[in-house]
Design a protein around this ligand. Structure first.
Ligand SMILES: Nc1ncnc2c1ncn2[C@@H]1O[C@H](COP(=O)(O)OP(=O)(O)OP(=O)(O)O)[C@@H](O)[C@H]1O
Length: 230
């Protein structure tokens, strides 16, 4: 995947309520594991939501594999899956298996192939025993794994994850971290759990809507800590 932000900016609101929350972001990303860090309200979620066209640029451009999110959001969403902080926001179907299969409903794949993929993912995530259970009865960590399975089943080339471990206890957060490291797709992860980025290729630091540091995770985390302590 190639992500190119060119003079990228975003403002929420209009007129007197208009507020710039992202400004002048120029970056090209080709790595497989990309972290995004920064203080609350620094613009991480806004940047992430721009990667699949959920939020469109007010300034500049964002290209994903050469496609402009402002023009080709539909094609881009086929390549880019999104995992939200709160899995309850993306659980749609009554049972675990039905929910994981949901993204394939228009794929035209035979039911046996859909079931095969569902069971393979549930097995990988330790959820096979919950296959036919009500999705809402899973624990927070299990729900997040289920939500991740529901994204992975469509075999996206990139998964954007917006603080997916924030609501989880340490054990479940680490489990999600472990699984993130096994995912084949490109991963862009915004997190305050900085240790999850240890094996990442690159980390971006946002501060008040500006990209202020960009490098290997250890260097970026040190820069972020220094900013927070200044
Ligand atoms: N839909 C919206 N309408 C208006 N303002 C918004 C909206 N979404 C976010 N903002 C504002 O944009 C700014 C950046 O928010 P964003 O969610 O991108 O930050 P963040 O770095 O992800 O923060 P956090 O770590 O708290 O999740 C914040 O000041 C926020 O209040």
């Amino acid at each position: 995947m190639i992500i190119e932000a060119q003079g990228l900016g975003h403002a929420y609101g209009e007129g007197s309520t208009r507020r710039i929350v992202l400004e002048g972001v120029d970056v090209q990303l080709t790595e497989r594991r990309i972290g995004v860090i920064g203080h609350n309200g620094s613009g991480k979620s806004t940047f992430l939501r721009m990667l699949n066209g959920l939020v469109l640029p007010s300034e500049g451009k964002l290209l994903v594999n050469g496609m402009d999110t402002a023009k080709d959001a539909k094609a881009i969403r086929k390549l880019v899956g999104f995992l939200f902080t709160d899995p309850d926001n993306q659980i749609i179907m009554p049972t675990v298996a039905e929910d994981v299969a949901f993204g394939l409903r228009k794929s035209g794949l035979p039911a046996e192939e859909v079931n095969r993929r569902v069971d393979e993912l549930l097995d990988r995530f330790g959820l096979l025993g919950h296959r036919d259970h009500p999705a809402q009865l899973l624990s927070g960590g299990q729900k997040q794994l289920q939500a991740l399975a529901a994204v992975l089943i469509t075999q996206p080339e990139m998964i954007v994850m917006d603080e997916p471990t924030t609501l989880l206890d340490i054990r479940n957060a680490n489990e999600i971290g472990r699984i993130i490291n096994t995912v084949e797709a490109t991963v862009v992860l915004a997190t305050h759990h900085l240790h999850l980025l240890e094996d990442f290729d690159r980390a971006l630091v946002f501060d008040h809507g500006h990209l202020v540091a960009d490098g290997d995770p250890a260097t970026s985390v040190a820069r972020y800590r220094a900013l927070m302590e200044a």
